[in-house]
Write a protein that binds this ligand. Sequence first.
Ligand code: FDA
Length: 491
Amino acid sequence: TENTDVPIVIIGSGYGGAVSALRLCEAGKKVVMLEMGLNWEKAGIPFSNLLKPGKSSAWLKKKSIAPFMNIFSLTPFTGILDRLDFEHINIWVGRGVGGGSLVNGGMAVTPKESYFKEIFPDLDADKFYSHYFPLVREELKVNVIDEQFLKDCPYYKFTRVGEEEAHKAGFKTMRVPNVYDFKYMEKEFRNEVPRSALNTEVIYGNNYGKNSLDKTYLRKALETGNLEILDLHRVQTIQLNDDKSYTLNVQQIDTSGILVADKVFNCKKLILSAGTMGTLQLLLQSHAENNFPVHEKIGKKWGNNGNFMTGRNWVKPLSGGTGAKQSTIPVGGIDNWEDPEHPFFTEIAPLPMGMDVATALYLLINRVDKKGEVTYNKTSQSLTLNWDKSNTVKMKENAQYFIRKMNKANGGTRSHLLFNNGFGADICYHPLGGCVLGEATNEFGKLKNHENLYVLDGSLIPGTIGVNPFVTITAIAEYCIENLIKQNEFV
Ligand code: FDA
């Protein structure tokens, strides 16, 4: 077994990991990042579009794993999208250097200040809204679609129709910023560059146009010369040593998932940024298998960020319709957050299936009134999620209310085609919580009961943030790592 000593290890290359890497490298620290997924840029393997998923589209699966229409068989490969299946909920995550940024819709939404204050009463909201949020929007290259392009482009008929219908039903709409480069999209439309968003690419990766983390934070961190990223390196368990350092048991795999080498990494400082589910798995499994100390709050206050998918089919498809051509990048949302009875936010989502299916798709984001809990099952060696229908009652009520109101004003039916009676309570893109900031960690993400271990990812957010979460995850990571460096945690 190869045995390596390194000062600082970061596990995972999503938002939390990428921010930590950049700020530590800028401060002159040598950092090794371990990522179980593939370095796609280096591998040079093209991504598939939604209509024709190839081997790069799924993490070691025999069949494609989109939320619907999985008719495609695959050769198992360390693909870009993974799905974790629990009894009442399926959770999608990204795999590769860049984590979720490789597969997500790029929607870059800053949370409502009032809700941010409710969720994080101890954070200085003024500082977040004047400094951290603007900083991360800049680093992530967030931009907004040109209104004239939106008006003219046939690929955004689904947004225009969706907004018109929302207004007719009395809802308020909002423009949603994104990290996809809209200037690039305009060139795609004019056929000056290869197409990506206009060629149904998104959850299996974008070959062009999208500013995922490998093009922003991680690129900058690599440019310092202080970062080494090891891909296809999966951390199995963590051990705490007598001198308070950590030993990581790591498996290096090949692209078919076969073990290439068992490796051991010893580090003084460890940052867990494996994403909500990855971080909880590492902590709880290490606790169960080798007495790794964890605080009692680990696993508590988990939530799906109120994710609830729903859809509508048109009664008269030809009079409305969402268009045969659809961009994969959502730019419109319905903001019903201020309604005390039915507070929700929903994205007007594309459904680019290559034909006009006369169906509108919505991913609602609700409050999470009843939170779940994550534990570890030693027998099955996997996580158990304490989460069932009772956790999503209010979310379903909101979806029902929304669909009824939209149909009353515009016609149409609840979508029975896509999922269970038109309600996808089991579709989760935004797992959050389980290692809550200031509860399982100190005020800057240092894990309680540990001296050299930090958690910086979505698990710090207590299960809900009211909008798509990556802007918040990035801002909290910036805040934590800045303060941890200031406190000389990494000297
Ligand atoms: P993230 O999950 O990004 O990164 C964790 C990394 O750690 C992964 O690369 C993983 O492979 C790696 N890892 C895990 N365990 C490991 C181990 N044991 N060893 C080594 N590596 C390990 N959000 C948003 O704001 N706007 C949007 O439009 C969308 N849309 C969207 C669509 C889809 C399909 C998905 C799946 C998700 C979204 N999201 C989103 C959610 C967003 O992508 C998500 O919240 C963030 O990526 C979470 O960031 P983290 O830093 O927590 O982890």
